[in-house]
Design a binder for this molecule. Structure first.
Ligand SMILES: Nc1ncnc2c1ncn2[C@@H]1O[C@H](COP(=O)(O)OP(=O)(O)OP(=O)(O)O)[C@@H](O)[C@H]1O
Ligand SMILES: [Mg+2]
Length: 361
C-alpha cells in the first residue's frame, strides 16, 4: 500500500500542506525544528490513532488555532481509503474513515498500516521491558482491533485494581471488589498472552532473517516471548488461579505484581543474552532487525507491504549499516527524514524540502 495524498491544516507548525505521491519513497529534507517529524507524526496518527510522541490532541493543534485536520488518502489492494482526523484544542476529536464517522478508535485499524522507526527505537534492546511491550502492542494492535480493545480493557482493570490495593484496608468487601477486577484481568490478560505468543513466533522468524541481512549471517539472532505468567496462563482459568494465589502478596505490596503488564521479549545472539553481552553495534543491529521484522510481519498478515516511516534514523548509523538498511528495506514506500542526504548515496528517491512548516522548492 502507499500514501497517495496527505493534507494537513493547522497541524503542529503546518498552516496548510497538500502533497501527492505516486508510490515513490520520499526523503523529507530540512534543518532542525522545521517540521519533518511533525509530518511523519501526522501519517503515523492515521494508522495508529495516536501520535508516537504525545497522547494530547491539544499539542497537535497549531498554537493559536482551535482545530486541526490530517487527511490521508491511501491506495491499498482493497481499494483507496481515506482517513480524516479532526483534532480540537478543547474537545474530543472526530475521526472519519471513508467519510464515515467512527465511534471507536479501533474502527480505524486496518485501513492504513505503517511502521514508525525513530532514533529512540535503536534503544529497543537496551531499554527496559516497557519499550518492548509497546513495540509489540503497536504492531499487533494495527493487525487486530480485538487485541487493541483487550489491551484497553486490561489497562483499565489494572488501574482500578491497583488504585483499590493502594487505598483499601483488608476487608471482606475488598475481596469482593477485587474479584470483579480480577475477572476482567484474567479474561483479557489470558487473551493478550495468547495473542502475543502467536505473533512473537512469526515475528521471531522474520527478525532472524532481517538480522542476517544486516549483519551477514555470522550470528544467530533469536527473539522469543518471555511472559510474566507461566505459559499455561493463555487459558483464563489458569490465569485466574495464578492471580488468586498471588493476591495476598498483592495486598501486602499494594500493587498487582503479576500479569501481562510485566511481559518482555527475550533477545539472544548465539544463545547469549544480547542485553547483557551484546556490543553497542550488535544491539543496534538487532533493534533495526526488530523494526524491519514488523514490516515483514505486516506483509505476511495483510498480503501487502505497509508504509515505512523513518525519522532521522540514517544519520544515527555508520555508513555500512546505512547502506545495508536501505538495501534490505524491500519494496515499501518509505518516508525518511534527515538534515542532509549524505546517507542516500545515489538512491532514486524524491526529495522534498521542508522549511518552517512549508514545502520549499
Ligand atoms: N502545536 C504546535 N503549534 C505550532 N508549532 C508547533 C507545535 N508543535 C510543535 N511545533 C513546532 O514544530 C517544530 C518542530 O518540528 P519537528 O519536531 O517536526 O522538527 P524536525 O524538523 O523534525 O526537527 P529535528 O531535525 O530537530 O528533529 C518546532 O519549531 C516547534 O515549535
Ligand atoms: Mg525531528
Amino acid at each position: 500500500m502507499y500514501v497517495s495524498r496527505l493534507r494537513l491544516a493547522h497541524f503542529r507548525n503546518y498552516d496548510h500542506l497538500e502533497l501527492s505521491f505516486e508510490r515513490e519513497s520520499v526523503f523529507f529534507l530540512g534543518q532542525n525544528a522545521q517540521g519533518k517529524t511533525n509530518l511523519l507524526e501526522s501519517v503515523f496518527l492515521c494508522a495508529c490513532g495516536r501520535s508516537h510522541r504525545t497522547l494530547r490532541d491539544r499539542e497537535l493543534v497549531q498554537q493559536g488555532a482551535s482545530d486541526a485536520q490530517v487527511k490521508l488518502l491511501v491506495k491499498r489492494r482493497e481499494g483507496p481509503q481515506t482517513v480524516d482526523f479532526r483534532l480540537y484544542a478543547d474537545k474530543p476529536r472526530a475521526v472519519y474513515v471513508n467519510a464515515i464517522r467512527t465511534r471507536r478508535i479501533g474502527e480505524l485499524m486496518g485501513h492504513f498500516n505503517c511502521v514508525m522507526f525513530a532514533p529512540e527505537d535503536l534503544n529497543l534492546v537496551k531499554d527496559g521491558p516497557a519499550a518492548r511491550r509497546r513495540f509489540l502492542d503497536m504492531e499487533i494492535s494495527q493487525l487486530s482491533a480485538t487485541y487493541f480493545y483487550a489491551l484497553q480493557r486490561y489497562a483499565r482493570a489494572l488501574r482500578q485494581r491497583n488504585a483499590l490495593l493502594k487505598t483499601a484496608q483488608r476487608s471482606a468487601s475488598l475481596a469482593v471488589t477485587l474479584d470483579a477486577w480480577d475477572a476482567m484481568l484474567c479474561e483479557n490478560g489470558a487473551y493478550i498472552q495468547k495473542t502475543r505468543q502467536t505473533y512473537v513466533k512469526t515475528l521471531a522468524a522474520f527478525a532472524a532473517q532481517r538480522y542476517d541481512a544486516i549483519c551477514g549471517g555470522a550470528e544467530r539472532f533469536e527473539l522469543s516471548y518471555s511472559p510474566n505468567m507461566p505459559p499455561a496462563c493463555v487459558d483464563p482459568e489458569a490465569y485466574a488461579q495464578r492471580l488468586l494465589s498471588g493476591r495476598a502478596q498483592d495486598i501486602a505490596r499494594k500493587t498487582t505484581l503479576q500479569g501481562v503488564h510485566r511481559d518482555d521479549l527475550a533477545l539472544c545472539l548465539d544463545d547469549k543474552d544480547l542485553r547483557v553481552y551484546g556490543s553497542q553495534g550488535q544491539q543496534r543491529s538487532a533493534a533495526i532487525a526488530m523494526k524491519l521484522s514488523e514490516l515483514s510481519l505486516m506483509h505476511d498478515q495483510l498480503g501487502q507491504w505497509p508504509v515505512l516511516l523513518m525519522d532521522d534514523v540514517l544519520s544515527e548509523l555508520d555508513a555500512g549499516r546505512q547502506q545495508r538498511l536501505l538495501a534490505s528495506i524491500g519494496p515499501v514506500q518509505c518516508f525518511f527524514t534527515g538534515t542532509d542526504t549524505a546517507g542516500l548515496k545515489n538512491r532514486s528517491v524524491r526529495i522534498i524540502r521542508i522549511e518552517g512548516g512549508k514545502v520549499v522548492p
